[in-house]
Design a protein around this ligand. Structure first.
Ligand code: MG
Length: 415
């Protein structure tokens, strides 16, 4: 498995330098100029408010830009979360791809990790997930995936931005327009493969809270098929997220914390809006400290572990191999996992990558693996208490897109 993945990744490294037909290659602007004027992608794809920042026109032209990047041929997988604005974005980005000569395989309303998985398994050239992850309903976004299931790197995103900004994209002639198909089979394959990754003692009581997001249909089903006794919360797909905000934090998980205690469950698992993340609640109803949870899963693996600069020192004191740190962002973790052939990687936010399964962060597999640990080793509260504790405060600072760009440009010039 590892050897096959390494070969795929070597292929990817060669392929990712392709940036469209030579005669149509866009003018490359200076990075500084582009960052101020044309930057579309943040740390996790394109994201913004519908109508002002994310529009159908943007989706159409990102579709055309991606098609150009792929050489106006090949095939792209598209999935989306439960947001009410996904149908219009899906139609727009699909039109852009088809008009530019790229085939589209629709896989419908699915968790983000299924897009990464499907892109690899269906041998597509790229994947697209329409989601704004943990953001509220009025937001949406576009995240791009490589053929090995890994997110687009910042270098690849910069090439898409250049094509988009220069309007270098092209339409193909009528007889080369892409073909549209729907694949419903891949969901079942993903579910079966996930269940095959773990060995959980029958009857473990798990409460699964999907925020009415993209994990709603698949995540509880996977836990049931893996032998767990599942109680669901917020697992009816609904783009208004009526039960709770899709950010899985203590403030939003009060009902889950109370439910775990009320029914005597062994574990609570909460996803964000697109289920590439998860956080657990222990049998006492306490939300697990992010760093301790990441250290607990990481120590299960032999080999090196990749994490981000904001992960606590408890990582270094818990894992068997080396701890390698990267800038924040799951793609940075993924790139170093591939480069170092690491066993596992993750961000303290609950975005964990399982290279023995797929290079896309997978909140469902993360939850399954926590259930496996609890069923094998005992109570989660006791397992977490054995992890060394260090104070760690995370705060969000509200700022405008312009302020973010200015800060990034400053860092780019000075480091
Ligand atoms: Mg997410």
């Amino acid at each position: 498995m590892r050897q096959r993945r390494t070969q795929q990744n070597q292929r990817l490294r060669r392929d990712e330098h392709h940036d469209g037909p030579d005669e149509l290659r866009p003018q490359v602007r200076s990075i500084g100029e582009m960052m101020v004027a044309e930057k579309l992608f943040g740390t996790s794809g394109i994201r913004g408010k519908i109508g002002s920042e994310v529009t159908c026109e943007l989706a159409l032209n990102v579709g055309k830009s991606l098609a150009y990047y792929l050489g106006n041929e090949g095939c792209v997988v598209i999935g989306y979360d439960t947001r009410t604005t996904n149908q219009m974005l899906d139609q727009a980005i699909t039109s852009g791809l088809l008009e530019s000569g790229v085939d589209v395989i629709k896989i419908g309303m699915v968790p983000t990790p299924l897009v990464g998985y499907a892109t690899e398994k269906l041998d597509a050239d790229a994947g697209i997930m329409l989601t704004a992850s943990h953001n509220p309903s009025q937001y949406n976004g576009i995240k791009l995936w490589n053929k090995n299931g890994m997110a687009y790197t910042s270098e690849q995103e910069r090439k898409i931005e250049e094509i988009y900004a220069n309007k270098s994209y092209v339409s193909v002639s009528w007889d080369k327009v892409g073909k549209l198909s729907v694949n419903e089979e891949i969901k079942g394959r993903y579910i079966d493969d996930l269940v095959g990754m773990v060995d959980i003692k029958k009857g473990l009581k798990v409460v699964v809270d999907c925020a009415s997001g993209a994990g709603s249909e698949i995540s509880p089903l996977v836990f049931r098929k893996a032998g767990c006794e599942v109680t669901t919360l917020n697992s009816q797909p609904d783009g208004f997220f009526p039960g709770r905000n899709p950010e899985p934090n203590a403030e939003n998980l009060q009902t889950l914390m109370k439910t775990v205690v009320a029914i005597g469950a062994d574990l609570g698992v909460a996803h964000d809006g697109d289920a590439d993340r998860m956080i657990t609640v222990d049998e006492k109803g306490n939300i697990s400290p992010f760093d301790s949870l990441l250290a607990l899963i990481s120590k299960q693996f032999d080999g090196d572990i990749v994490t981000t600069v904001d992960a606590g020192l408890c990582m270094d004191e818990s894992v068997k191999g080396n701890v390698i740190r990267t800038p924040v962002g799951d793609v940075n973790v993924a790139e170093v996992i591939i480069e170092k052939d690491a066993a596992f990687g993750g961000e303290p936010s609950g975005t964990w990558l399982h290279p023995d399964f797929c290079m896309c962060p997978d909140g469902i597999l993360s939850g399954l693996r926590m259930a496996e640990i609890v069923s094998r080793e005992g109570k989660l509260s006791e397992l977490l208490a054995k992890i060394p504790q260090y104070p760690n405060i995370r705060e969000k600072i509200t700022c405008t897109k312009e302020q973010k760009l200015e800060e990034e440009y400053f860092l780019f010039q000075n480091f």
